[in-house]
Design a protein around this ligand. Structure first.
Ligand SMILES: [Zn+2]
Ligand SMILES: [Zn+2]
Length: 258
């Protein structure tokens, strides 16, 4: 399995900037989890091959360029871009994004060959297929309806916690998987901003440390993501101080393989 956090921005030489402002994780150039930077940073190849997108929640950093991604492909699609989400999240996308005011209702539109976008609802707690992957999602603890998930290609399994504060169901799901190769966990605010993290339902490095105590798998790669750029240096130092050997900050643009 190949996993890439798409960059949010690029430096003048075209290199991916380390700061993460948007969330989009592409698996095997085929499936995207969230679409924050998808329409801006997908490679030409990914633009040709990503046709399934799983949405964890509707916050703008997770869906910002989803309409742009589909708009760019509008004339050339030969199959719809499939949006996998809970019914609740699909309703929010229809009401707040694809509502003809913020952007056209792509689920109602076709080019000469195909409908350009299609919703594929899933139910939490029940495995579902997405391209070559099997996915199970459960609610996590965020200020809007949000799911975390485990994703497997039959050989490699990764877990994505999305945006969340302290949570239990997600860890039960992760621990129930027969194996775990990688875990993606958010660390949004530094320890000194614990109160803000609490009200906005995010984690600090301290609460990442507490959450990781719930992980029963022996030695997955652990990636911290969603570090607010303004506090990035402090967050990296506080994550380092946890002394968890396999914990690293995920680098935008880098391809991780298992
Ligand atoms: Zn969020
Ligand atoms: Zn977010």
């Amino acid at each position: 399995m190949k996993l890439q956090l798409l960059p949010s921005t690029f430096d003048p030489e075209g290199r991916a900037s380390p700061e993460q402002r948007l969330s989009c994780y592409v698996i095997d150039d085929r499936v995207a989890i969230d679409a924050g930077s998808l329409g801006l940073a997908a490679t030409d190849r990914q633009r040709d091959t990503v046709r399934d997108i799983i949405i964890s929640h509707t916050h703008i950093d997770h869906v910002a360029s989803l309409p742009i991604f589909i708009d760019d492909l509008f004339a050339t699609l030969t199959e719809p871009v499939r949006i996998h989400a809970t019914e609740e999240i699909i309703e929010l996308l229809e009401r707040d994004v694809f509502n003809w005011r913020v952007y056209p209702r792509f689920a109602d539109l076709s080019n000469v060959r195909t409908r350009v976008m299609e919703y594929v609802p899933f139910r939490v707690g029940e495995p579902f297929g997405v391209a070559h992957l099997s996915v199970t999602a459960v609610p996590v603890n965020h200020v809007v309806p949000t799911v975390g998930m485990i994703v497997s290609d039959g050989r490699t399994t990764i877990a994505y916690g999305a945006d969340t504060a302290e949570t239990e169901l997600f860890w039960q799901l992760v621990n129930s998987a027969p194996r775990l190769d990688a875990l993606i966990i958010e660390a949004s605010f530094p320890n000194s901003m614990g109160e803000l993290a609490q009200v906005s339902k995010h984690l600090t490095p301290r609460s990442v440390g507490t959450e990781l105590k719930k992980l029963e798998h022996e030695s997955p790669d652990i990636f911290a993501v969603h570090l607010k750029p303004a506090y990035r240096d402090t967050l990296i130092a506080e994550l380092d101080a946890l002394g968890i050997t396999r914990l690293q900050v995920m680098e935008p643009g880098r391809e991780y393989k298992w």
